[in-house]
Design a protein around this ligand. Sequence first.
Ligand code: HEC
Ligand code: HEC
Length: 187
Amino acid sequence: MSSKSVLVAVGLLVVTALVFAAGWHFGSHPVRAVASSAPAAAPDGAVAWQAIAAPLPGTQIDAVRRGVPVDQEGDPPPLARVENADIKRLRAYPMQPPTIPHTIDGYQVDKNANRCMLCHARANAATFQAPPVSVTHYMDRDDQFLATVSPRRYFCNQCHVVQTDAQPLVANAFRDIDSLIARPEAQ
Ligand code: HEC
Ligand code: HEC
């Protein structure tokens, strides 16, 4: 045996011993999960098991689960219907990407073609009576104006979504700036 392979063998032994010791140390702790997973009889004042399993709508952390406990599977909600009414929705704040007031089924947006720009490019907007994309869509990240739509604004659906009749999954108390300005002093 050469001195090199002896060194390697000793090194392996030391590593094995360390791994074993670590496993012994961490493995010897009591397993907490088993103890806390059973719905123990709650002492007075403690939060009842039911309250944790099914929080009220709007107060739960993961509202997407709609109150269904994590170990159960809920019924999927019906698919939202896309609205196609040509009616603009209020923007919650000035820089919100407006929602799309028409269906976009089958509109191709990829490296080869951008269907949206057929109508929303400045040059075509008059023909299709569509609002042209605003000037920000031609700006690069240094605020320089490009001749064509900026790569960072090319994939329209990154920011713009169709309007649907889906209800909000998570409650929120957002108020837009107009209602804040109009708020009486007393409040
Ligand atoms: C056939 C032409 C056409 C195509 C293609 C088209 N749009 Fe439109 N778009 C319109 C017209 C016209 C309007 C004005 C409102 C209306 O008539 O629905 C509009 C309105 C919008 C608005 C609302 C603007 C605002 O100020 O509220 C957005 C956002 C929008 N389109 C995004 C898109 C996106 C994203 C695509 C591609 C997935 C797309 N459009 C494809 C014609 C088109
Ligand atoms: C990175 C996000 C982003 C992408 C990508 C994007 N937009 Fe927008 N868009 C916005 C924002 C934010 C606004 C509102 C403020 C503004 O005009 O910049 C807007 C506004 C618009 C408007 C209304 C313009 C006006 O004058 O009111 C239209 C129409 C529109 N976008 C269409 C498009 C189309 C078509 C594409 C794809 C070619 C696209 N957008 C890609 C963020 C985006």
